[in-house]
Write a protein of this length. Structure first.
Length: 233
C-alpha cells in the first residue's frame, strides 16, 4: 500500500500550504505531489518554495506560472499578467531558480501496479491548451490524449474534477485561490493498494488574512483584482 498526498495551484499563498503541514506530518504519506503553479497571483512565492523544498518525498511539475517566470510570455493570456510576473521575477530569491528550472511539465511514476502521470495540464505545441469546461470522461481522454498513464493527476482548472474509468483523472482543485475554498485549505489523499485506489478529500480551516495583508505590504501589482477575485475571506 502506498499513499500520495496531493495538492495543486498553491499560487503563492503561504498560509494555505502552512495550514496543511500538521496534516502531512500526521499522515506521513509515501509521496507528496504538487500539480504545479506553486507561484503566481499570491504574494508569498519565496515562502511557498522554502516550505515545499523541505517536504519529504516531494514532487512537483511546472505550471503555467512557473513557465511565465522561466520562459516569458509564450501563452497569449500571459501578456495580461506581464506586470505581475515582472514583479515576481524581480522579487524571487535566486536560490530558487535551480529548483524551478528542474521541474518537468510531466513526471511519471510506477506505484502499486499503476502508471501515474503528474502534470499541470495538457500541452500542445509547447503551450498549455485551453481548459476543457465539459469534464466528462470522453472529454478528459481527448484533452490528455498525449499522456499514457492509468492515473493522471493535474491542476490548472481551479474548480477541479475527479473522473474514474479505465483511465483515472484527478484534479482536486486549487489550494491557494480562496475564492473557491473560502476558509479552508484543500488537498487529497490517494491510497493505492493491490490494484485498487481510494481518494479522500482533505479540508483544513485556516485564516487567509495574513496573505491579504501582504498584498498591500508588498504593493503587489493587480492586488485589488487579486483580492476581489482570487484571494479573499
Amino acid at each position: 500500500m502506498k499513499r500520495i498526498f496531493i495538492f495543486t495551484d498553491t499560487h503563492g499563498n503561504a498560509e494555505s500550504i502552512k495550514a496543511l503541514l500538521p496534516t502531512i506530518k500526521k499522515l506521513n504519506p509515501d509521496y507528496i505531489f504538487s500539480a504545479g503553479d506553486l507561484i503566481g497571483i499570491g504574494p508569498s512565492h519565496n515562502e511557498v518554495l522554502n516550505i515545499v523544498k523541505t517536504l519529504p518525498n516531494f514532487y512537483s511539475v511546472k505550471g503555467n506560472h512557473e513557465a511565465y517566470y522561466l520562459d516569458g510570455y509564450k501563452n497569449p493570456s500571459a501578456a495580461l499578467e506581464e506586470k505581475h510576473h515582472d514583479w515576481i521575477r524581480n522579487t524571487m530569491d535566486p536560490k530558487h531558480n535551480d529548483f524551478l528550472k528542474s521541474l518537468p511539465f510531466v513526471k511519471y511514476f510506477h506505484i502499486e501496479g499503476y502508471t501515474i502521470a503528474l502534470t499541470h495540464y495538457a500541452r500542445r505545441n509547447e503551450r498549455f491548451i485551453t481548459i476543457e469546461t465539459e469534464k466528462t470522461y470522453e472529454k478528459l481522454c481527448e484533452t490528455f490524449k498525449d499522456i499514457d498513464a492509468d492515473i493522471i493527476i493535474f491542476g490548472h482548472d481551479h474548480y477541479g474534477s475527479v473522473v474514474f474509468g479505465d483511465k483515472n483523472f484527478i484534479n482536486i482543485g486549487t489550494l491557494g485561490c480562496t475564492n473557491l475554498n473560502v476558509g479552508f485549505a484543500k488537498a487529497a489523499l490517494l491510497t493505492l493498494d493491490n490494484h485498487t485506489l481510494k481518494l479522500e478529500e482533505i479540508k483544513v480551516p485556516y485564516d487567509v488574512t495574513n496573505e491579504i495583508n501582504k498584498l498591500d505590504m508588498f504593493d503587489v501589482p493587480d492586488k485589488d483584482l487579486i483580492k476581489r477575485i482570487f484571494i479573499k475571506k
